[in-house]
Ligand binder design. Structure first.
Ligand code: FES
Length: 177
């Protein structure tokens, strides 16, 4: 995998943003900034949250590390081990399943030659299945970074994969920059 580093610190620009985000909340309620900071840290630390990265976020917010672990392990959008440059998250909940998610997942597994939960050997793609992405009206749905792809069919998947393969694509955008 391309980026296996486990220690992480925000640069000066990101630290200024961190201060702004924390300042949105009343004194003593800095824990409310945890989700934004985890998203930022994940995007800037190679697409995943190592224990050291979570500990760093805890220190910024003056939290116990376990308060960060319990949040990071609850939400599927946080990756706790190294992932590919493009992380594909396909919804597997009822409405998407009834509208073809099973076929979408099977097609992605076939195209990428991996199973859900795995990363391609070249480190380009990670395929995940997740619960409802809150776009059920346009099922089946997948998320890649900060973008949603809705009313999916195999043609749209092929176009997406071709587009991602043809350039240095990544889904590691910091959503707050
Ligand atoms: S069930 Fe798939 S987005 Fe809600």
């Amino acid at each position: 995998m391309e980026d296996q580093r486990t220690s992480f610190e925000f640069d000066k620009e990101s630290l200024a943003l961190v201060e702004k985000i924390i300042a949105r909340y009343p004194p003593g309620k800095q824990k409310s900034a945890l989700l934004p900071l985890l998203h930022m840290a994940q995007a800037e630390a190679g697409g995943w949250l190592s224990r050291e990265t979570m500990d760093y976020v805890a220190s910024l917010l003056k939290l116990q590390p376990v308060e960060v672990y319990e949040v990071a392990t609850f939400y599927t959008m946080f990756n706790l081990q190294p992932v590919g440059n493009c992380v594909i998250e396909v919804c597997r909940t009822g409405p998407c399943w009834l509208n073809g998610a099973e076929e979408i997942i099977a097609h992605l597994e076939h195209r990428l030659q991996i199973k859900a939960g795995e990363t391609t050997p070249d480190g380009k793609f990670t395929l995940k299945t997740v619960e409802c992405l809150a776009a059920c009206g346009n099922a089946p749905v997948m998320q890649a970074g900060i973008k949603y792809y809705e009313n999916l069919d195999v043609e749209k998947i092929d176009a997406f994969l071709d587009d991602c393969s043809s350039k240095d694509a990544t889904t590691r955008q910091n959503p707050y920059k």
